[in-house]
Write a protein that binds this ligand. Sequence first.
Ligand code: F6R
Length: 236
Amino acid sequence: MKFITVESYAELSRLAGEIIASQVKEKPCSVLGLATGSSPLGTYEHLANAYKAGELDFSNVTSVNLDEYVGLDGDNDQSYRYFMNKNLFSKINIPMDKTFVPNGCASDLKAECARYDALIEALGGIDLQLLGIGLDGHIGFNEPEEFFTKETHEVTLDPSTIEANARFFASKDDVPTSAVTMGIGAIMNAKKVLLIANGKGKKDIMQKAFYGPITPFVPASILQLHPDLTVIYAEN
Ligand code: F6R
């Protein structure tokens, strides 16, 4: 594991952006695993700027996102599909039909989960997976529980996750209570994993996840076993 501590969110975003940019330059047909939330916003801005400056070409890239709320379609401005379109896809030249986000509105969510895993497999797996980390140690929406779940699955969101994500919604009651998330299997199978975390509030969970015991009660702790993991933390 490479654990990098930086001084600021700007530095974190620049570094994470450069790592993803190098991946795309080295392998233009990369499969990028992407995340939503506050942490990657600066990274996506860095990538959008690099594209604008003519330094990056995403025309052969495919993306697979980690998760989506159940019940929110892509037109809902709180959905993760909407977030990705707004904050990254509309600002770069990735073909929209090569951007994938789980469908949280599928009538058969079990079938949707199986479809998503089959899609990732058909793409040959993920070259580089970008992750944030929840205050309870979740990655994607793999919440703390007694076991790690390998496959894409539907999860009931932890009360602390609902609380943390309420800041994006009009009220806490508007936060969906469940989501579809990529499982630990596809994340651990990614050739490279890049986890970014920002702020003092994440200090305890970073300590537990990367220097504590490996346990499904801290889902991110499994990443300690990943052969090519980079963690960037801006404590500020
Ligand atoms: C988002 C995701 C989540 C977030 C995590 C941290 O797609 O999978 O695991 O990465 O909740 O969120 P922020 O970055 O908002 O602190």
